[in-house]
Design a protein around this ligand. Sequence first.
Ligand code: SF4
Length: 301
Amino acid sequence: MREAAYLALHQSGELQVRAATARKMLKNCVLCANRCRVDRLAAPGQARCRTGEKAVVSSIGPHHGEERPLSGSRGSGTIFFGWCNLHCVFCQNWQLSQHGEGRVMSSSSLAAQMLFLQASGCHNINFVSPSHVIQHILDALSIAAGQGLRLPLVYNSGGYDSPEGLALLDGVIDIYMPDMKFADSEVARPFLGVSDYAEVNRSTVREMHRQVGDLVLDDTGLAQRGLLVRHLVLPGNLAGTDKTLAFIAKEISPATYLNLMSQYRPCFHAAEYSGLDRRPTRAELREARDLARQLGLHRLD
Ligand code: SF4
């Protein structure tokens, strides 16, 4: 098995430097693309992510329902963070992402949980909704790496990340798994609560791919390193599936591992928005898959 990316940075001392840099950034926060520039230590309530120095952790455990190269036979070791840097009106996990259900955890406890997931046989550590807690992840990781953590890391974000945040993760994260939610920022604005999602998202995915390349699997089919993109098909092509697929095929790589997700159903406030108030039809889902294949995207989950 390939060595996880962060081990070299841990050995050189760079991981601890990154954690310290991230901590300093909390005083004028641009850790994610919201670029709030607030002091999260003094006034966490002013942050769009409502998170101070320490992350809220909502749930931890082996997950068998992730993409096949992540779940494998023993599960992906998911750590689901509370709060979020996006405010999706259709969020399926709104109790966690919008109400912050969970408990504030110290860095040493988070490190212990990573080691527990490794001891449980999980194939990777999968940080879900991590963009606003990079500082805490780096801090806990530098403890866990010193205590024997060896598993590859998955960064499972909404795809609204900042260049500063991603620079801190370069050489730390093995597998990036961003969403590509909308291809058009004007369409996205009322649904996500940000005005520049599509442009930021495309830059985010470009940078993630630059760091880790196409997804590489080992000979048992488990993910070792690379990019894995998730796109949720919405009814009436509201997400701009055609544009997103063309972007991935032409500007990222036709070898991108893609999960074209079909499970959309109106959750949270979605029923209040025309266009989001129904599931996509079978024909719409088939059309999306056919288009992906026509564009040469051949690694569909
Ligand atoms: S992580 Fe993002 S949402 Fe949270 S304070 Fe920093 S810039 Fe704002």
